[in-house]
Design a protein around this ligand. Structure first.
Ligand SMILES: Cc1cc2nc3c(=O)[nH]c(=O)nc-3n(C[C@H](O)[C@H](O)[C@H](O)COP(=O)(O)OP(=O)(O)OC[C@H]3O[C@@H](n4cnc5c(N)ncnc54)[C@H](O)[C@@H]3O)c2cc1C
Length: 323
C-alpha cells in the first residue's frame, strides 16, 4: 500500500483520510493538540465557546449519508434556536433559513474528533517543509523532527499555509495563489448571571459585528451564559494586526450599542484572532493535484469557506488520488 501524509486534521483532511483508508496507509500531521481545525471549541472554567464555525448546513447527499450515523447517535443535531437579524436601532427580525442549521454535540470539535478516532493522527506537529528524495517525501516539523518517507503528500491547511509548503513547480500554484481568505475576530464573554436577549443567534447588519450567539442554546452544551461575538470578515481584514485590547474594546462597545449587553460585567473575556475564516475568492475546483510531483491540496478554500465545502473537497480528492 502507498503511504500518504496529510497535513492538517480539520474536516477536509480527516474526510480525505477516511475515504482512502482502505487503499493507502495514511498519516495525519496536525499542528494543534487535537483534530478539528476551525470546527473549534474553547473551554474556560465553567464556560464553553464554539469560537470557529457556528453551525453548518447539509446540502449534498454524500455529506448527508456521511453524517447519517452521527445524526442517529445525536453527535450531530439540528440547532433550532431562534436566529434573528439585528441592526443598530431596529427591532430583531427572524432570519429564516432554507435549510436546517446543524451543530456537533456536545461541542463543535466533537464531529472531527469522532471521524478521526481510528486514524493515525500525530498532533502538535507543525510541518514546516517538504523534501523529495529518491525514496519519497520527507516532512520536517517545527521541533526538528522528520516524518516519512511518503509516496504522496496532501496539504489540507488553509491556502496561504498550503502555498508555503507546496513544492516548486506545483501545477496547482496559479490557482492556489489566486485564493483570497479573510480573517475574523471572535470575542468570548462568560457571565455569572443569565443573558436573555430573546434570541439564540443573530446576524448583525451595518456594524463591525457580524454574528452573536448564545453558546448554551446549541444542543448538548453546558448551561451558562457564554456569548460568542464575531466581527465581520471585512472589518477583521482591515484590523487584523491591531492591538487586541483595542479590538476587544471596539467589539464590546458595538455589542453594547446593539443589544445593551455590557461586556464589562463578564467574568471571562477572551479574544481569538482567526487569520483564515471565509474565502471570498476560492480556487473554483474541488482540489489541486500534481500527479508528477505526487503533491495535492484540499480544503474549504477550494470551493467555499464552509464546513460542507471542506468535506466535499476532501472526499473529491480521495476519489481522484491514484493510489
Ligand atoms: C470564525 C469562523 C466562523 C465560521 N463560521 C462558519 C459557519 O457558521 N458555517 C460554516 O459552514 N463554516 C464556518 N466557518 C468555516 C469552517 O470552519 C471551515 O470551512 C472548515 O472548518 C474548514 O475545514 P478545513 O479542514 O478545510 O480547514 P481547517 O479546519 O482549517 O483544517 C486545517 C488544519 O490544518 C492545520 N494546519 C495548518 N497548517 C499546518 C501545518 N503547517 N502543519 C500541520 N498542521 C497544519 C490546522 O491546525 C487545521 O487543524 C467558520 C470559520 C471561522 C474561522
Amino acid at each position: 500500500m502507498q503511504k500518504v501524509a496529510i497535513v492538517g486534521a480539520g474536516l477536509a483532511g480527516v474526510s480525505l483520510a477516511r475515504a482512502v483508508a482502505g487503499r493507502a496507509e495514511v498519516t495525519l500531521l496536525e499542528k494543534s493538540r487535537g483534530p478539528g481545525g476551525r470546527m473549534a471549541t474553547r473551554r474556560a472554567g465553567p464556560f464553553e465557546f464554539d469560537h470557529g464555525a457556528q453551525y453548518f448546513t447539509v446540502r449534498s447527499e454524500r455529506f448527508r449519508s456521511e453524517l447519517e450515523p452521527f445524526l442517529a447517535s445525536g453527535l450531530v443535531r439540528p440547532w433550532s434556536g431562534r436566529v434573528v437579524r439585528l441592526g443598530p436601532g431596529s427591532e430583531p427580525g427572524d432570519a429564516p433559513s432554507d435549510t436546517t442549521r446543524f451543530v456537533a454535540s456536545p461541542r463543535m470539535n466533537a464531529l472531527v474528533k469522532e471521524l478521526a478516532a481510528d486514524l493515525d493522527v500525530r498532533t502538535s506537529v507543525q510541518v514546516t517543509s517538504l523534501e523529495r528524495r529518491a525514496d519519497g517525501w520527507r516532512l520536517s516539523d517545527a521541533e526538528g523532527g522528520t516524518h516519512g518517507p511518503f509516496d504522496w503528500v496532501v496539504s489540507s491547511a488553509p491556502a496561504t499555509q498550503t502555498a508555503a509548503l507546496a513544492p516548486t513547480g506545483f501545477s496547482g500554484a496559479p490557482a492556489l495563489d489566486a485564493v483570497r481568505m479573510r480573517g475574523n475576530f471572535t470575542l468570548m464573554l462568560g457571565f455569572e448571571t443569565p443573558v436573555e436577549p430573546g434570541w439564540s443567534g443573530a446576524f448583525v447588519e451595518d456594524s463591525l459585528l457580524g454574528w452573536i450567539a448564545l453558546n448554551a442554546s446549541k444542543p448538548g452544551r453546558p448551561p451558562g451564559a457564554s456569548l460568542v461575538v464575531q466581527s465581520t470578515n471585512g472589518w477583521a481584514e482591515a484590523h487584523l494586526e491591531d492591538d487586541g485590547d483595542s479590538v476587544r474594546a471596539r467589539m464590546m462597545e458595538a455589542l453594547n450599542d446593539l443589544t445593551g449587553i455590557d461586556g464589562r460585567g463578564a467574568v471571562h473575556v477572551s479574544l481569538h484572532r482567526w487569520r483564515y475564516a471565509d474565502t471570498p475568492d476560492p480556487a473554483g475546483k474541488p482540489f489541486l493535484m500534481d500527479e508528477a510531483l505526487r503533491f495535492a491540496a484540499c480544503g474549504d478554500w477550494c470551493l467555499k469557506g464552509r464546513v460542507e465545502a471542506a468535506f466535499t473537497s476532501g472526499t473529491a480528492l480521495a476519489g481522484a488520488l491514484p493510489l
